[in-house]
Every structure is written in C-alpha cells, then in structure tokens.
Design a protein around this ligand. Structure first.
Ligand SMILES: Cc1ncc(COP(=O)(O)O)c(C=O)c1O
Length: 372
C-alpha cells in the first residue's frame, strides 16, 4: 500500500468512512489545468464529489466554469460563489420552477441548463418567463450514447432555433457528452471523438450562418478528456468529473490517465472473524457504490490474496490465507471502483493531510434539496 494513503491515528474515525486526500485532490486539479493549458477551457463536473471545499479548490486554481447534474449541486455551486454553472440535465415538471427560483436567488451566478426536446424547452420557458428571469440553454446532442439528446442534424437545428425564439431562453451552445467512449486504446478513443465531432461542427456552422450564436461546445467526461484537451476548437469546454477524485475503475482501465491519482479511499474495520479463513468488514454496499458487480466494487489495499465472498448492506466478507493476521478492530483501506455514487453514500469525508486527519467536509449536495 502506498505511503501517501496511510493515516497516523484512526482512533477517531467512524467506519465505514470516506477519506479525502487533500494534496492528491490538489494534484489532480493541477493536472487538469496543465492538460488544457488554461483553466478557462475547463468545466469540471461536480457530481463526483458534491463538496463545497473541492469547488473552492477549483476556483483557487482559476476554474470558473462548472457542470453539475442536480439542482442541489447547482445551488451548492452558487453558494460558494461559482460564477458560471451548467446544470447538465433536462428540467421537467416542478424542477423548471425550482430552476427559475434558483436563478432569481443567486443573481451573481450565470446558470445554464440542457434541453433536448421542444416540450421540455416550452415548459422551461413558461417557468422562466413567469419568474421574470432568464435562462441560458445548451442544446444536448446525442453523439452516440443514446441516453438523452437529439442527434446533430435538422431536428437539432430546429430545436436551437425554437430555443432562440422562446421567451426567457437564450441559446448558449452545444453539449456533446460521450459517456459510451470507454475504449481502452487511446487511439481508438481519439478516432471515436473525431468521428462524432464532424456532424457537431457542421451543425454549429449552420446555426452560425443563420445568425444564431453557438458560444460553447461542452464536451466529454474523463475517458475522452485527453482527446478534447488537445483540440483547438473555439469555445470547446472539457467537462471531466471523476478524475478530480479518480477511482480504481478508471485508474485500472485507462493507462493514459495515470496522472490522475485516486484521491479518495474508504476506511473500514474488521468486525468479525467467523471462520479460520474469513474476515468480515464493515463495508457493505451502503458504503461503497454497488453499480459494479458484487466482488468488484472496491479493491482492498492492505489485505493480501483475498477473495470477495459476500456483501450485504453493512457487511463485506472476504477469505484470505492471511486471515490470522486480522482481528476485530483492525483497519483496512479500500479503493472504490466507482467513486461518484460512493461519495453520495456518505454524509461527510474525513480530510487527510500528511497522514493526519485535519477535518471533515460535508458531502453537501448528496441531499436532493438544499434550500430550493
Ligand atoms: C453530462 C456529463 N458530463 C460529464 C460527466 C463526467 O464524466 P466522468 O465521470 O467520466 O468524468 C458525466 C458523467 O456521468 C456526465 O453525465
């Protein structure tokens, strides 16, 4: 286990615990800026950590544009003074009114939001107009993931024109999130990005010809960040999220992203030794994200040759020939496979600096509602 993860005194840490390594987070943020050359080309996603203090660290590094997925994250960003927030989600139903309230309550933040359908855009326009505010709208393009968005082409152009006409809405660019581009090979990822960008740039040119400004193209997550970071397209904003904390999922898959160091771990304790080879930890799937399959949700850093056997809500049972070395109360460090939903399972993170716990940070926007 690497020395930078060790904690001198864990006696006051309630397990299962989320640990944030502040220096490693700072290094990951610095790496982001270094890769793009200028922080104005970044729009990192806050969904990974949902934490005010990390947003402040990004602001200190000169990053002024942020992305988020929920209204609570958007409010958290505004609370810490983030000047430019893209809520990368379609607003429907009462969330349209909530967004209008948010825009009214935090006038120093410029909020933008996604749309991908005329019905959604109309609903949003009604709520925004009623509240007497203005919302910037980024058109969500489907560039291959088929999760949300409209394919670049005539339908997308018509929707952008509609947004420009709807009261209270201001068209603000294009979003091209390519979460399906997870190719191991960097050259295959590069080719996939180049292929998807052609129709996007054609759409932009067509809209601009019609006099509709397209000030930004918000592109990609962590796997395609190395590709977008090198492109010199006007208004291109890179929007990785995970790499600020990073995890074993991305860390073990993408060799070209090795510069991003996993900066969040879980601390767990042995709670039982039910059989000679078994060790049971207080690390159930209510403390580590369970979107990876059972047995692959984390790696244990200080247990040799173990095999995952069973995981329940608050228990993780492993077998290891070294079980004799572990007794109830012993500390085990785990690196999650997927850090983003793992953070959302914890109320707070213990902050570790130089091997010492120096405080706790609230995972502030794990709550669905802050004030609005
Ligand atoms: C719209 C959008 N943008 C950016 C990201 C960040 O991607 P990653 O987690 O690969 O950094 C995500 C992740 O889910 C996303 O949904």
């Amino acid at each position: 286990m690497q020395a930078h993860y060790l904690v001198n005194d864990s006696s006051q840490i309630f397990t299962p615990a989320l640990l944030f390594y502040k220096d490693l987070i700072r290094r990951n943020i610095a790496a982001l800026v270094r890769w793009v050359g200028n922080p104005t080309r970044l729009r990192p996603h806050a969904k990974t950590h949902k934490t005010r203090e990390i947003i402040r660290m990004e602001l200190d590094a000169g990053i002024t544009k942020h992305k988020c997925a929920t209204l609570a994250e958007a409010e958290m960003l505004a609370q810490v003074g983030a000047p430019d927030v893209l809520l990368a989600y379609n607003m429907v139903g009462p969330n349209c009114t909530r967004l209008a309230k948010l825009i009214g309550k935090y006038p120093r933040t410029r909020f933008s939001v996604l749309a991908d359908h005329p019905a959604g855009a109309r609903m949003l326009s009604d709520a925004i107009e009623k509240a007497g505010v203005r919302a910037y709208v980024v058109l969500d393009l489907d560039v291959g993931q088929h999760r949300t968005g409209v394919a670049p082409g005539p339908e997308a152009a018509a929707l952008y024109e509609l947004i420009a006409k709807l009261p209270g809405l201001v068209p603000d660019g294009l979003s091209t999130y390519d979460g399906h581009n997870h190719q191991d090979s960097p050259s295959e990822r590069t080719a996939a990005v180049q292929a998807l960008l052609g129709p996007v740039l054609e759409l932009r040119a067509e809209l601009e010809k019609k006099g509709l400004p397209v000030p930004r193209i918000v592109a990609g997550g962590t796997p395609t960040f190395p590709v977008y970071a090198k492109l010199k397209i006007p208004g291109l904003e890179c929007s990785p999220g995970t790499c600020v904390l990073n995890d074993n999922g991305y860390g073990s898959k993408f060799a070209d992203l090795a510069e991003f160091i996993p900066a969040a771990l879980l601390l767990t304790r042995v709670i039982s030794r039910p059989t000679p080879k078994r060790v049971t930890l207080d690390l159930g799937y209510k403390a580590v994200a369970s979107d990876p399959p059972a047995g692959k949700r984390c790696i244990l850093l200080n247990v040799p040759d173990y095999e995952p056997i069973l995981q329940n809500e608050e228990h993780f049972v492993i077998e290891t020939p070294a079980a004799d070395r572990f007794a109830p109360g012993d500390i085990v460090f785990a690196m999650p496979t997927h850090i983003c939903p793992t953070c959302a399972m914890h109320q707070q993170a213990y902050v570790v600096e130089d091997g010492k716990v120096t405080g706790t940070w609230q995972i502030a926007s794990r709550d669905r509602v802050l004030t609005i």
